[in-house]
Design a protein around this ligand. Structure first.
Ligand code: NAD
Length: 296
């Protein structure tokens, strides 16, 4: 079992750190939020007073932070030089490919192994240890990261060289953003056409309109499995983070000369939702926006 420094104990990182502790690892956990650190302690982690303290004895460092600027800042200020020589660094955040490549290159220059290992699955999967990891990095770094990631997930897939994990993640989330918008508008139309929404769910979840957005993350309260819709769209995957991912995908598409009209439309709608004041709500709150209820 390894000594692990874990930084970023939010909606996703909290459950992930808990699963590493449950698997028997010694997890030294830090977040800027004292409440998040206290929850990690309740889940079997050792609380750290700073990020530097969390990584000081770590053979492995895991980070789960909001965006590229947080990842760059934490590695530059708190991990490089503080984590022991030769440590394996695993960034599970969803960030832009350029930041992922820059941080990994700086890590390699300092003698660390590093992978980008963004996740799919949402908080339910983070808590249950059933995430899907898409990993970018050299073969030896992937081999070292795989058993650690397996304690938090159901699938760990080597996507390619450093940055390939982030590339896979933004393509996946562009698809997710577009299917969530489509799922929301289908439910709103079904309602206007007089259909019972549970009945429409029973039909479409077993028909060709089925998607993860419908069957694992239904945007309608009281329909399908329990989701953030049942908690007033609180918690979950913030719309602002979905907007971040869509912007990353659109920017990458421009750089690669790829046509992404559905992704661009989803991006414009999530921007409008955020402008309406709902960026802090779960991304399934798109249904409220399309129904003219955002910001209320
Ligand atoms: P979150 O905002 O709930 O958690 C981020 C945590 O990082 C917060 O607790 C914050 O206090 C902490 N933090 C920020 N800066 C810090 C610093 N300098 N030092 C220590 N802690 C710091 O976000 P989340 O929903 O857990 O998402 C984290 C990442 O995972 C994002 O990149 C997101 O895009 C990605 N992601 C989220 C989901 C989801 O369903 N929520 C799913 C897949 C991927």
């Amino acid at each position: 079992m390894a000594t692990i420094g874990f930084i970023g104990l939010g909606n996703m990182g909290g459950g992930m750190a808990a699963n590493l502790a449950k698997a028997g690892h010694a997890v030294h956990a830090f977040d800027l939020s004292a409440d998040a650190v206290a929850r990690a302690q309740d889940a079997g982690c050792t609380p750290a007073a700073s990020a530097r303290e969390a990584v000081a004895q770590a053979k492995i460092v895991v980070t789960m932070l909001p965006a590229g600027r947080h990842v760059r800042a934490v590695y530059e200020a708190d991990v490089f030089g503080a984590a022991p020589d030769g440590a394996l660094l695993i960034d599970c955040s969803t960030i832009d490919g350029a930041s992922a490549i820059a941080v990994a290159s700086a890590a390699t220059d300092r003698g660390y192994l590093m992978v980008d290992a963004p996740v799919s699955g949402g908080i339910a999967a983070a808590n249950a240890g059933t995430l899907t990891f898409m990993v970018g990095g050299a073969a030896d770094a992937f081999a070292a990261a795989e058993p650690i990631l397996a304690a938090m997930g159901k699938a760990v897939i080597h996507a390619g060289a450093v940055g390939a994990g982030q590339a896979a993640k933004i393509c996946n989330n562009m698809l997710l953003g577009a299917t969530m918008v489509a799922t929301c508008e289908a439910f709103l139309l079904a309602e206007k056409l007089g259909l019972d929404l549970a009945t429409f769910y029973a039909i479409s979840s077993q028909a060709s309109g089925q998607s993860w957005s419908m069957t694992s993350y239904c945007p309608v309260p009281g329909v399908g499995p329990e989701t953030p819709a049942d908690r007033g769209y609180e918690g979950g995957f913030a719309s602002a983070l979905m907007l971040k991912d869509l912007k990353l995908a659109i920017e990458a598409a421009q750089g690669a000369d790829a046509s992404v009209p559905m992704g661009a439309t989803a991006g414009a709608l999530y921007q409008a939702l955020a402008n309406a004041g709902d960026g802090g709500r779960d991304f399934s709150a798109m249904i409220r926006f399309l129904d003219g209820k955002a910001g209320r």
